[in-house]
Unconditional design. Structure first.
Length: 211
């Protein structure tokens, strides 16, 4: 019998942090700009240190419920083990209703993390009833690739509902690499160990096996 050769695949879904990083902004609001500047040099101090300026939601990041819910938990309330483990992959169509949501969730097998990928055009729309089905799945951590919006609602209502249900949302991934994620792998997402914050930039890595 032929021998099966299995290869480990590592996908780093984290966006690089440099001056080209897109910063969230609205009409009368903008998140803190990102900068990384030299603070000390080997030539002057004998060691190099850089000064960072950024917001808790800069780049690839995790939102704690406190980001949208004034009574929600902050980032440090999430046990680190919830950020490492097998994920359940859901590919949303362009529009998702309650029947489709039930069908998509049937294969759930107690994975620790929910990985939700929007339509290939970059955005998926979901009904409130369909989102309720997905919110009833146990994972506290949702990893979202692309954009998901609630039908006939404010664009941020999806985020608010996740927060009100105590979910932690990881978003702003590298879109093209996220399309290569396959079912059955493991995900590692490690934010900074900040206390009392509504979120943090984090590194998001997928580990999978191909034959």
């Amino acid at each position: 019998m032929p021998v099966e050769h299995k290869t480990e695949v590592i996908l780093d879904l984290t966006k690089p942090m440099d001056g080209s990083l897109e910063i969230y902004a609205e009409e009368n609001y903008r998140d803190p700009d990102f900068s990384c500047t030299e603070w000390s040099s080997i030539g002057q101090q004998g060691y190099r240190v850089s000064a960072l300026c950024l917001g808790t939601q800069t780049g690839t990041h995790i939102d704690a419920p406190a980001h949208f819910d004034s009574d929600g938990d902050s980032l440090d309330a999430l046990p680190v083990e919830n950020l490492i483990g097998h994920y359940f992959l859901i590919d949303l169509p362009r529009e998702t209703n309650i029947v489709q949501a039930k069908s998509l969730s049937e294969a759930f097998r107690a994975e620790r993390i929910l990985f939700v990928r929007s339509d290939h055009l970059g955005v998926s729309f979901i009904t409130g009833a369909a989102l309720d089905i997905l919110l009833k799945l146990p994972p506290l951590v949702w990893v979202v690739s692309g954009q998901i919006e609630l039908i006939d609602a404010d664009p941020l209502e999806f985020h608010r509902l996740l927060a009100c249900h105590g979910k932690y949302l990881i978003e702003n991934l590298q879109a093209e690499l996220s399309r290569k994620v396959s079912p059955g792998g493991e995900l590692i997402a490690l934010p900074l160990r900040l206390l009392g914050t509504s979120g943090s930039p984090c590194r998001v890595v997928i580990r999978g096996i191909t034959q």
